[in-house]
Design a binder for this molecule. Structure first.
Ligand code: BG6
Length: 491
């Protein structure tokens, strides 16, 4: 397999919040990796902007140190690092005041007038408005300007609308790139390739043939380091409203007429709008607790967030229905949680049994099953029923037709571009297909808000589950009531 890095035109990328956690942990490493793959045009510039008064050299040193720590000393080639740092400059800038704006304007004015200019808002949402205003006051946006904003995009529908209004006051929708990094993951895009590039699956992709679908995003890490944000948000807002919702959309949407931003996003939006409200008895919330006889430490949610009465969920599971012709009658079970037994994101499509078994009861029940592993070990497995080889009559077994991308496609497939790497380059190219449109985000909140309001009104308290397990037992009951079971959470 030959990987191709599609070249991009020279660009200026301004990162607001350049010394913050997201910039140092995700954005700058992604840019460094892209640089190492040879995907940086000469003359590209990355301008870090943040409040700290730093010399350019000091900023570059912070970035270098972080890259070495996070990527490992041996993965960071010193000469590559040196050349990458030469693309970086720094401006001490105040989003609410005047500090730094003249300097930023001066830096950008050196570039050609039509050069792509990206402003990455790697800052809290309350700074979106002030930054957008100042950018305009200083005449910085032009025809090739794009802005990138991160999740959380709002806390609920009204705050998301407010953010959309603020941004729309200064930029066209075609200039706004709302990141959901799950959309940048390799297998998430493969999901579209598998569905819409093959004849095999699409005819079966409906309630006539699919019994149910499970979407699991399990994490083994807890919330340490982000306590304050997480305790205000919980799993529903942090993961379900965005990442899992996007996975659900890609699995359930109709084939778009073409792979272009609005065609894809129109279809995703229709899925969200067709979702039924979730019934309270189809919903389970959980909160992790330290296993018996272990110290509380960071294995215990309430201890970690230092809020002994917290009722924020670190786990949520539910059954959802999509009311449209394709999916009426096929339930979708979604679950996500922290401190579970393994890090594992998997979509399982469970097909129905054959309508009649010619092999009789003794052969047992067998149904096909498509497993799409997003992380780790990206790959797709289709289980097929065959005769067990050898004598002994017609005994049936299920065997996997396994397509591990790393095995099938060679070493390059085991190092696909990081989600941020791909997404930032899409911003530079001006391709919004993998970004959320304003109406999509609002529709997702419009569906999520009543679920949250429902449990708040009922005063629900999340069910405890021990760290390192598969989550609260009630989630299994949710499945058993439907005579089904969750697929295992395996690394
Ligand atoms: C983030 C959430 O958006 O996604 C985190 O805020 C979560 O809580 C993370 O841990 C998971 O991303 P990934 O790529 O590690 O699965």
């Amino acid at each position: 397999m030959v990987a191709r890095v599609i070249p991009v035109d020279p660009f200026d990328l301004v990162i607001f919040g350049a010394t913050g956690d997201l910039a140092l942990r995700k954005i700058l490493p992604a840019l460094f990796k892209r640089f190492c793959r040879g995907g940086f045009p000469s003359g590209a510039r990355i301008i870090g902007a943040a409040r700290s008064e730093l010399e350019e050299g000091a900023f570059q040193e912070i970035v270098a140190k972080r890259l070495r720590e996070d990527l490992g000393e041996q993965s960071v080639d010193p000469s590559n690092l040196k050349r990458f740092l030469s693309f970086l400059s720094y401006v001490a800038l105040d989003g609410y005041g005047d500090l730094g704006w003249a300097q930023l304007t001066g830096l950008l004015s050196i570039s050609a007038k039509d050069r792509v200019r990206v402003f990455y808002f790697s800052v809290g949402p309350k700074l979106f408005g002030p930054l957008a205003e100042r950018l305009h006051q200083h005449g910085l946006p032009h025809g090739e300007t794009r802005i990138v904003v991160e999740k959380p995009f709002g806390h609920d529908l009204s705050s998301a609308k407010e953010l959309n209004r603020t941004l729309a006051g200064h930029f066209d929708e075609g200039q706004i790139y709302r990141i959901d990094h799950y959309l940048g993951k390799e297998t998430v895009q493969n999901l579209m390739a598998v569905r819409f590039g093959n004849m095999l699956f699409e005819p079966l992709w409906n309630s006539q043939y699919v019994d149910h679908i499970q979407i699991t995003v399990a994490e083994s890490l807890g919330v340490a380091g982000r306590e304050e944000y997480y305790d205000r948000s919980g799993a529903m807002r942090d993961m379900m409203q965005n990442h899992l919702m996007q996975l659900l959309c890609l699995i359930a949407m109709e084939p778009p007429a073409k792979f272009d931003p609005d065609a894809v996003r129109d279809e995703k939006l229709k899925v969200i709008r067709a979702l039924d409200p979730v019934e309270p008895y189809h919903l389970v919330r959980g909160q992790y607790v330290a296993p018996a006889n272990s110290p509380l430490d960071d294995q215990d949610y309430r201890n970690t967030v230092q809020n002994p009465r917290s009722t924020t969920e670190s786990y949520v599971a539910f059954k959802a229905h999509i009311s449209n012709w394709r999916w009426a009658g096929t339930p979708f079970y979604l679950r996500t949680g922290k401190r579970l037994k393994a890090r594992s994101s998997v979509i399982n499509v469970l097909f129905k049994d054959a309508p009649h078994s010619i092999f009789g009861e003794a052969a047992g029940r067998h149904a096909n099953h498509l497993k799409i592993r997003l992380q780790p070990n990206e790959g797709i497995t289709l289980s097929v029923t065959i005769k067990e080889p050898g004598p002994g009559g017609m005994r049936l077994i299920d065997v996997p037709l396994d397509m591990s991308f790393a095995e099938a496609l060679g070493p390059e497939a085991s190092d696909p571009p990081d989600a941020y790497e791909r997404l930032i380059m899409d911003v530079v190219r001006g391709n919004q297909t993998l970004f959320m449109r304003g109406d999509e985000v609002e529709a997702a909140w419009a569906w999520t808000d009543p679920i949250i309001a429902g449990w708040e009104a009922r005063g629900d308290v999340p069910k405890p589950y021990e760290s390192g397990t598969a989550g609260p037992g009630d989630a299994d009951v949710l499945m058993r009531r439907d005579r089904r079971e969750w697929r295992g959470i395996n690394p």
